[in-house]
Design a protein around this ligand. Sequence first.
Ligand SMILES: Cc1ncc(C[n+]2csc(CCOP(=O)(O)OP(=O)(O)O)c2C)c(N)n1
Ligand SMILES: [Mg+2]
Length: 733
Amino acid sequence: MATKTDPKPAGLAEEKSGVKYQGLSREQLIDAYRIMYTSRRIDDREIMLKRQQKIFFQISGAGHEAVGVAAAFVLKPGYDWFYPYYRDRALCLALGETPYEMFLQGVGAADDPSSGGRQMPSHWSFPKLNIVTQSSPTGSQILQAVGCAEAGLYLAAHPEAARKAYGDFREFKDVNFQGDEVTYVSLGDGTTSEGEFWEALNTASSRKLPIIFVVEDNGYAISVPVEVQTAGGNISRLVAGFPNFHFEELDGTDPVSAYAAFVRSAAHCRARQGPAFIHAHVIRPYSHSLSDDERLYRPDAERQRDAARDPITRTQMFLLREGILDEKGINRLEKQVEENLQMAVDQALEATFPQPETVTRYVYSPYLDPTSSAFATPPVFPEPTDGKKPTPKTMADLINATLRDEMRRSDRLIIFGEDVADCSREQYLREKQIKGKGGVFKLTFGLQYEFGSDRVFNSPLAEANIVGRATGMATRGLKPVVEIQFFDYIWPAMMQLRDELPLIRWRSNNGFSAPVVIRVAIGGYLTGGAIYHSQCGESIFTHIPGLRVVFPSNALDAAGLLRTAIRCDDPVLFLEHKRLYRETFGRSPYPGPEYMVPFGKAKIIQPGTDLSVITSGAVGPRALPAAQKLEREHGVRVELIDLRCLNPFDWETIANSVSKTNRALVAYEDTLSWGYGAEIAARIADGLFEHLDAPVRRVAAKDTFVAYQPILESAILPQVNDLFLAMRELAEY
Ligand SMILES: Cc1ncc(C[n+]2csc(CCOP(=O)(O)OP(=O)(O)O)c2C)c(N)n1
Ligand SMILES: [Mg+2]
């Protein structure tokens, strides 16, 4: 147990520490009370500070103190891992966070160790204690905790992966693992309604992960009572069928029985028997938050019934009844807590605020710049054999080869997603009964066979599961390179992608990071791909700060950019155009295991003087014949630019080109309105106005969906002729 506590107050009853209280000593019980009382009084202080407008938000841990302290008495800070939620103030205090640090959060101080003033109070983050940065969406921490537990198991099986390495993200990402560590994740009763909760239980159960799920059931989610959230009103009954779990349901206002439940649960997890589920019935004596008034939906009688179970008074009575502390002792302890809190508040109110000019710090890694020359390495093509040049390979081949070489280079790299394994029933593979699948587009073919089933494996059919788990693994120092089978189905992962993965570094003020690579098959032109196998939508992701977005148009760039994505220190969305996977054009021999293309550097597909056409993905190859025709028929020389990387993007190349040609057309495959090209067009209009001889134009898909019938598909997506006409019109303007 690591607790920050004051010296023992006088008044401790004479009786020696015993084994009576589920193994808790009398000193520990006093400690427990001190922490619980401190927690409650911090809430009270914060409520006062909020009313005085000295802090800006308050949400309390009141009523949840006993279960938090019990958890912290069993689990170890800096050893086990913690994904708490906002009611876990007592847990965090007991693990080692100080009241002063909590008040720093409240005032939004520069020295707030959780976020430097970026995240609300009670959203815990303490790298030293292994308390991982918390967001505000209910439940999005749960899958990350699963990934964290998986990383522990993986590292125990591959201890060599934890060693320090240089020349890529690993230089800045220390790994620690213990071999028997446990991951703690908590949530409220209402949060059990989130789908991600069930996805997390499913994976924890089937992979027998050492993770303790703690549902702190206070009977309400803001104003919605538990029977409305949970069929039958009791979550324990619903989850009871998951195999491999150790289950506990208890009165979470009693620290002693909660402690015992954590001892049993942690033992189950440390012995690698599987996960544990603790359902703790607690109370919520204050309203949901300071913005809520529970008297609007809870009658007094119900609130009084809860008050009778208040863990603070209950524990105080227990100490008195057992003769552990007498009244004088309690008073002395409480007075000491009050004095300490007063000092902590006074000190926090003097704290320095963060500087406005720091707001963009840590959106991306401060250590590794993927646009830098460190990521510009030349290709080394195979030598000709028998006088014959090496065979050009498809984009699919080179992505596969790049993944293979990167997996050989770094054992922190693991791959998972839907259907990415060669064969989940690995005996078939071992016995060579089958050839193996390796992805619906076969991009990961042969990787499970070479690297084993704990480095390349299938996920459940659940996209949030993939991204959430990958985020947790990357937080521990692994490099998950996961696959989303079709861009059209990325949306279940949107909470993880919009509110979690790209924000982790910024919101923790560089305390944590999660440089995951997400490969996604994207795009149309498939003839029959229809509505749900043809989507683009890259601008939705380039709109998210913190996420790199890459979109190669040919095999060589795909290899070089994928390697940069894997070695860099930021989360990357790596868009692979399905139509380009196996095209006859854009092929290349394998450029070797060190070839990298830096992010944010466009490629000029064809130089020109009369019109700049800015493209990405599958539009470049369609714009090329249009540009050639325009030159043939009208003598217009188009400068054709392939951005290759959408965030960051290469403004310099665009600016140089448009200042020379004085005309710009932005061409993209996604629907026209509000798309990626709108931003580029706006930037050109803004920054290059005096160079323009014509309006900036866009050509893109119609503002509808991609239809199945090929006649419709070609009317919807931008075709060579559409590009030709748009170019001609702009050239003639
Ligand atoms: C995804 C999401 N939806 C809605 C909210 C708004 N919200 C914040 S807390 C909360 C209720 C949570 O209830 P419960 O899980 O029971 O936890 P409790 O606050 O009762 O401890 C809601 C709806 C949110 N933060 N995230
Ligand atoms: Mg609740």
